[in-house]
Design a protein around this ligand. Sequence first.
Ligand code: PRP
Length: 186
Amino acid sequence: MRTPNHAADVAEVLLAEDAIRAKVAELGARLSADYAGKPLVLVSVMKGSLPFMADLMRAMTIPLQIDLMEVSSYGGATTETSGLVRILKDLSASIEGKDVLIVEDIIDTGLTLNYLVRYLRGKNPASLRICTLLDKPARRIVEIPIDYRGFQIPDRFVVGYGLDYGEHYRNLPYIGVLKPEVYGAG
Ligand code: PRP
């Protein structure tokens, strides 16, 4: 992978900072109403969901707990999904009897969430729902019931606001489309 250059490598801004901010505020308000009075645990699926998780939890006004998992479905700097899901970091506390909301940055093939939902259901939460910032339905292999969705996006290679290519671009404050020549498709 060549040295990343944020300004030069992004073809266009798909979702600007203010659009993301407004959507996160809207989701936070909905979630605060829906989970009022419930023992809520937000489970962030790292690393991609970190910025979304950090902003979403602060957009929520109800008491809640957080936990972090790290899973991996993509191998290094490839753009294709292997179908293999590995748990790199597990939950640090029991979710039994808790209302659990999985917080994801993107649902693409659905393979990661398909695995994770079955894994977390086995831990007997009171409820289990999914909140994703981005939904890319064109690439879906497994159907996933999405309870809270930020944006539906086209089948473009997106980076930023947590999303990476080869572990870079995660710190862009917006979501941009990567130029095909950057990932060797141009
Ligand atoms: C990304 C994303 C989801 C998953 C979605 O994670 O955060 O977890 O891929 O893809 P899928 O629907 O095709 O399974 P990735 O494995 O790239 O790890 P990261 O969050 O550390 O970037």
